[in-house]
Ligand binder design. Structure first.
Ligand code: ADP
Ligand code: GLC
Length: 501
């Protein structure tokens, strides 16, 4: 690479700062890797109340005017950083924290008690517009604006608008990465004027969606390049069944839409060095894994039985993750010779159903509601099998982590899960996990039986599967190279002057 690119990453979550799911992990690790490769990459994200770094951060812009609604809204921008490797003399990733008392000083990122904050369109529209303004304030105009998910989907549109009037942005291009196409940022139509969406762009082939505003749709049609986080999901998005209602638009993006598989941050997720575990282990010496299992069982109040497999799950509690058929299947699954540990937070209805099951099967099933990073690591390490029966899965990181921890994944054959897990078929084609196709109780119960039988009756094969899984790698180095290619593709193409259709 001749010279590093100036890249501004716009995200609602960032690993080490704010995390509710894999978006934070993916954006954090990708940013670190691109800086390692020599790019001048910086991140802009909200200074939520829970972001501890706010206290040590310095002010970089005291008052930034953001033109939205009928005037300007003001915020302060702080500068912090994300270390690439703790203690190493590598450059850090600069992180701009947008401080706005009303928008971001709240208990959570997106909502409370299962209810979205009613002004999320404004909160994230503000972040997106601030990203454009920050470049001007710092006299640092990015070559690439890399926006993530619906929260930042207005960035490509705002870039188009400013490109028309300000020649400093003439060469800038936008990338929109879709980590979850099920969340589209749909809001009442009247918000379009607050968000500065032109009437001319409020039609069904752009931002308009059944009378409302659809930020993801308008954003993807405005971006110079669009991608999602696995090739499998990219293909599904083009189909009526998998496109979350937007499949014609993914189809029409043609060559400007692609899938790039996420990597795994092995600095964080590696049983050989993981500081959250009572003992470390490697593929050649797995003794430490037993101590992880006994510690986990003790914490869960379950009895240690060496020949009974322990199945784990760490998940946002939401329909995407397959609870609609997992919950009714649990009764039968818990009749099997296994124990199950589940950590998760999210929709109160799902949490209540799980609590009820926990009460009736306390000797076999442990459910902890909440967010707990240490326990998430211990579950990855202490279990024999990892369950991820998602209805849809753009990439999925947990199954990739579980492979590295030698905890064989049981997954539905969908999206990124089918790109990362290899199904056990027989003694010869033993793969590194277990897959099922239909999103039904029966199919799930059947695959659970298969996994159990392999654990109990074919320990040699099961052990071989574990070492194969542990030796597999999904490197961010490779994913970052694909993103770099995408940046150069965008930079060498003519800029879109207006949304596509
Ligand atoms: P998604 O982003 O759809 O939630 P991923 O598998 O890509 O799914 O990533 C989930 C990430 O969030 C993993 O790092 C996982 O450990 C973490 N996670 C999810 N729920 C919890 C929780 N309740 N406590 C701790 N970590 C969690
Ligand atoms: C989203 C997806 C998940 C993906 C993650 C990181 O949250 O649901 O599948 O792994 O983003 O890209």
């Amino acid at each position: 690479m001749a010279e590093g690119l100036k890249i501004l990453v716009i995200t609602s979550e960032l690993g080490g700062f704010s995390k509710s799911g894999g978006l934070a992990d993916a954006v954090g690790a990708l940013s670190q890797q691109l800086v390692r490769m020599g790019h001048d990459l910086r991140v802009i994200t909200p200074a939520y109340a829970s972001v501890e770094q706010r206290n040590q951060a310095s002010t970089v812009v005291d008052s930034l005017g953001v033109p939205l609604d009928s005037g300007e809204i003001w915020c302060r921008v702080l500068e912090s950083s994300l270390e690439i490797e703790p203690g190493a003399s590598l450059p850090k990733v600069p992180v701009y924290l947008v401080e706005h008392e009303h928008f971001y000083s709240r208990k959570d990122f997106y909502g409370e008690n299962g209810q979205e904050y009613p002004d999320n369109a404004q909160r994230f529209g503000f972040l997106s517009k601030a990203a454009l303004q920050l470049g001007l304030a710092l006299d640092w105009i990015p070559d690439i604006f890399h926006a993530h998910d619906w929260h930042a989907a207005l960035v490509p549109y705002f870039l188009q608008q400013i490109r028309k009037t300000d020649s400093r942005f003439r060469k800038s291009r936008s990338i929109l990465t879709i980590h979850n196409a099920g969340y589209q940022g749909r809001y009442p139509g009247y918000l379009k004027s607050w968000l500065k969406i032109d009437d001319a762009d409020f039609h069904p082939d752009c931002f308009e969606d059944f009378g409302g505003v659809n930020l993801l749709k308008g954003g993807m049609l405005s971006a110079d390049q669009v991608n999602t986080v696995s090739p499998g999901y990219a293909e599904e998005l083009k189909t009526p069944l998998g496109g979350h209602g937007l499949h014609p638009f993914y189809q029409r993006l043609g060559q400007d839409f692609s899938g790039i598989l996420n990597g795994c941050d092995y600095g964080q997720w590696n049983p050989e060095i993981d500081p959250h575990l009572p003992a470390n282990y490697s593929s050649s010496d797995r003794r430490g894994k037993v101590l992880c299992k006994t510690t986990l069982l003790e914490e869960a109040g379950l009895k240690y039985q060496p020949n009974i497999p322990l199945v784990g799950m760490v998940s946002r509690l939401t329909g995407q993750k397959g609870f609609s058929f997992l919950i009714p299947a649990l009764q039968e699954i818990l009749e099997m010779d296994l124990q199950l540990v589940l950590l998760g937070d999210g929709e109160p209805g799902i949490a209540d159903a799980l609590k009820k099951i926990r009460k009736s099967r306390e000797e076999k099933f442990y459910f902890k509601q909440g967010y707990d990073n240490r326990l998430a690591h211990l579950i990855e390490a202490g279990c024999d099998l990892y369950l991820m029966p998602s209805l849809y899965e753009p990439c999925g990181l947990n199954q990739i982590y579980s492979l590295r921890y030698g905890t064989l994944p049981i997954v539905r054959k969908v999206g990124g899960l089918k790109d990362t897990v290899e199904d056990y078929r027989n003694a010869k084609a033993h793969g590194n996990g277990f897959m099922f196709q239909e999103p039904t109780e029966e199919a799930l119960i059947q695959v659970m039986r298969k996994a159990l039988q392999t654990f109990q009756s074919h320990p040699k094969i099961f052990n071989k599967m574990i070492s194969d899984a542990m030796n597999q790698r999904f490197l961010w180095e490779n994913s970052a190279k694909s993103y770099q290619k995408l940046y150069f593709k965008a930079l060498s193409s003519q800029a879109l002057e207006r949304p596509r259709f």
